[in-house]
Design a protein around this ligand. Structure first.
Ligand SMILES: Nc1nc2c(c(=O)[nH]1)N(C=O)[C@@H](CNc1ccc(C(=O)N[C@@H](CCC(=O)O)C(=O)O)cc1)CN2
Ligand SMILES: Nc1ncnc2c1ncn2[C@@H]1O[C@H](COP(=O)(O)OP(=O)(O)OP(=O)(O)O)[C@@H](O)[C@H]1O
Length: 203
């Protein structure tokens, strides 16, 4: 049976409120804490193609890591809502000079221009090395909750039967204050490889 829709929605609302209440000073410290933790992880060090996001709605901000990745010559990608209403995400390269336009949720994303020139070509989800995805909530066993759109769940549903070589390392990012004792789970939830907060690594 699906996890009660209302209990998940209520918890999401509470946790979104919590992260939106952080001050800009707390947000800044959290972003630096996150950078310190992630940049020491083997999964970061060995990854060349890394998907991130632009922080929105109080999400923990991966920007310090993005700048570090650019300096280290890694290629960074942003999620773009697939236009054909598949409910999936495409991953487009994000460089310091990439033009961004707000999507329907008000989140900046690169624009899709067909035919794709090499510099603007989406990278298939299976060919990413590391995916840093935003969480609204998590628990210490590594269960996650997102914004409720199911975008990451649909995009990475292939992970359930893919070979090891076609599996990116999926890491959820959140503020430590978004941890709860137990996240309700549903059959479609994609398991994460790890969760990184400003203070810890889970599970
Ligand atoms: N920074 C960031 N980028 C992202 C995501 C994200 O969660 N964070 N996404 C992750 O999927 C995708 C966009 N999906 C989103 C889905 C819903 C809402 C949202 O704000 N929805 C409603 C609330 C819905 C509800 O409570 O059920 C809203 O407008 O308030 C935002 C983004 C791709 N890019
Ligand atoms: N593989 C899938 N195929 C079709 N629908 C899916 C799939 N995965 C999830 N969904 C749908 O998307 C919605 C996702 O709800 P859920 O509350 O689990 O989102 P979430 O995990 O918070 O979102 P996100 O994955 O964007 O972070 C559900 O209504 C579910 O039916």
């Amino acid at each position: 049976m699906p996890a009660s829709k209302t209990s998940k929605q209520q918890l999401r609302k509470q946790l979104r409120h919590k992260r939106n209440s952080l001050t800009s000073g707390q947000q800044h410290q959290a972003a630096l804490g996150l950078q310190r933790i992630i940049s020491a992880q083997p999964a970061w060090i060995r990854s060349q193609h890394i998907a991130v996001y632009i922080a929105n709605d109080g999400e923990i901000d991966p920007m310090p890591l993005v700048k570090q990745a650019w300096k280290e010559g890694k290629t960074v990608y942003l999620p773009v809502l697939e236009p054909l209403q598949s409910g999936k995400l495409l991953f487009l390269p994000w460089r310091p000079d990439t033009v961004l336009v707000n999507n329907r949720y008000g989140i900046p994303e690169p624009t899709l221009r067909r035919p794709y020139r090499f510099r603007y070509r989406p990278r298939p989800a299976w060919a990413l090395d590391l995916v840093l995805l935003p969480l609204t909530g998590f628990d210490s066993s590594g269960k996650r909750m997102g914004m409720g759109g199911g975008f990451y769940d649909r995009t990475f549903a292939f992970m359930k039967n893919a070979n090891a070589i076609n599996k990116p390392f999926l890491a959820g990012l959140a503020h430590e204050c978004q941890r709860v004792s137990r996240i309700p789970t549903d059959s479609w939830d994609i398991p994460l490889s790890a969760i990184y907060s400003d203070l810890n690594v889970y599970p």
